[in-house]
Design a protein around this ligand. Structure first.
Ligand code: NAD
Length: 454
């Protein structure tokens, strides 16, 4: 360790904590610890490994409020949201505690013997996560990786390392053996890149921007590392004229301004059938203006600040002075990286706000004529992560759900993430699936065994 890193509280712009900043040598040491711990961890019996994960879930549940407050302060998210996220962390460990005893294989009919498959762990897995849902996204990777018998090195984002560091302490106290879980806090271009290139790391599970995802895929090629990528999004919220417009308009702000828009699933393109546009906008305006933006630790707050001054500048670049701001909410004055919930309409189809992931509280409204037009617009993006369709016509809802190129889609709802269902992207939103039964595929290799009987 040569240096320290000052962690800032986005709602106050004040220093929250100072932590040691790791470098590439620290990554090498963490990988060596994880490699040393791997043989014993993979040999832990399935029932005992399940018990370890249940004990870890219990320990996290016992620290639920402490972790929620830490996450709310470090990431600037409303405490109520942070409580929900830490609840999901606990649930994720409980869900994958069922996995060690259910890593089933197949028997396959062959001549002259028996053939069957088993799932082997990969070894040391590098987990690289972003700052928007720090411990939640880490848990989506940690729980299936550990359940399958891998050891891990977790690199949180430099801006939000605090819950990851606390997690490591809680895991140790809960009896997870030394070296199984390792956390290194440092910059992506040194620590992250070293993990990607390290010959003793078998796989990288990455969540972050599409640009960094591209460099990770390229960097992993030299060692033929397994890679899963959960990247950016520009999801469509498609509202037909026959939908329950009140429900769709009431839910739309939460689906794009939740977590101050710093959500890969943000439904930031609101597509509205032209004949319902005026009614929808009239319902949307009070819903946007009612969003309570303020102190993350206040129970009433629904939206906090952005993560950093740099992020606020990046978001502001999408709302230049001549932008067509149709609706704008309120923000507090004083310190904090605040940005008001903003709806742009009308927008040019080629505008940056329509084409690029903003990762802030800015939505665009785009009218469409009919179902075919809605499908075309929804798919007119390099991304394919999430999305919604609102209509009372069930057959149309199913046609749209199949036609939109996206990893998850909701009908008459904006909810896309559950512990028990797969989550991940089409197109440049990435590859691989997290959560649900599918995540285990990404943390195991299938081995085929033949036993001669003739
Ligand atoms: P980012 O890509 O800048 O950083 C993510 C992580 O990668 C951080 O830990 C960072 O230190 C590390 N990193 C940076 N450069 C690296 C390099 N060259 N090699 C290895 N690691 C490196 O992303 P961010 O700004 O922290 O997060 C925002 C992005 O994450 C958005 O694009 C968002 O859509 C995406 N995201 C995706 C999902 C999903 O599940 N699809 C979820 C949340 C966020």
């Amino acid at each position: 360790m040569t240096d320290t890193l000052v962690v800032i509280e986005p709602a106050t712009e004040a220093a929250l904590e100072e932590v040691p900043r790791a470098d590439a040598a620290d990554v090498d040491a963490a990988v060596a610890r994880a490699k040393g711990a791997f043989p014993a961890w993979r040999a832990v019996t399935p029932a005992a490994r399940a018990a370890h994960l249940r004990a870890l879930a219990d320990a996290l549940a016992a620290h639920h409020e402490e972790l929620a407050v830490l996450e709310a302060r470090n990431a600037g998210k409303p405490l109520g949201d942070a409580r929900g996220e830490i609840g999901m962390v606990v649930d994720t460990f409980r869900y994958y505690a069922g996995a060690p005893e259910r890593l089933l294989g197949e028997t396959i009919p062959v001549a002259a013997g028996q053939s069957w498959t088993v799932r082997e762990p990969l070894g040391v897995v590098g987990l690289i996560v972003p700052w928007n849902f720090p411990l939640t996204i880490a848990a989506w990777k940690l729980a299936p990786a550990l359940a399958a018998g891998n050891t891990v090195v977790l690199k949180p984002a430099e801006l939000t390392p605090l819950t990851a560091l606390r997690f490591a302490q809680i895991a140790a106290a809960a009896g997870i053996p030394d070296g199984v879980v390792n956390v290194v806090v440092g910059p992506g271009r040194t620590c992250g890149q070293r993990l990607v290139e390290h010959p003793d790391v078998a796989k990288i599970a990455f969540t972050g921007s599409t640009a960094v995802g591209r460099s990770i895929a390229a960097g992993a090629a030299d060692t033929i590392k397994r890679v899963t990528l959960e990247l950016g999004g520009k999801s469509a919220n498609v509202v037909f004229a026959d939908a329950d417009l009140e429900a769709a308009a009431a839910a739309a702000p939460g689906a794009v301004f939740g977590n101050a828009g710093q959500d890969c699933c943000a439904r930031s393109r609101i597509l509205v059938q032209a004949q319902a546009l005026d009614d929808f906008m009239a319902l949307l305006e009070p819903a946007v203006k009612a969003i309570k933006v303020g102190d993350p630790l206040s129970e009433a707050t629904q939206m906090g600040p952005l993560i950093s001054a740099g992020q606020r500048d990046a978001v502001a670049s999408f709302v230049v002075s001549d932008a067509a701001v149709a609706i704008r909410g309120d923000v507090p004055s004083g310190p904090g990286y605040w940005f008001a919930p903003t709806v742009l309409y009308p927008v040019d189809a080629g505008a940056r706000a329509v084409r690029e992931e903003i990762f802030g509280p800015v939505a665009v409204v785009i009218p469409f004529q009919d179902e075919e037009d809605a499908m075309r617009l929804a798919n007119d993006t390099i991304y394919g992560l999430s999305g919604s369709v609102w209509t009372r016509d069930g057959a149309r809802a199913l046609r749209m759900a199949r036609a939109i190129d996206t990893g998850v889609i909701s009908i008459n709802s904006n909810n896309s993430v559950r512990v028990s269902t797969p989550f991940g992207g089409f197109k440049q939103s990435g590859y691989g699936r997290e959560l649900g039964p599918h995540a285990l595929d990404s943390y195991t290799e299938v081995k085929s065994i033949f036993y001669a009987t003739s």
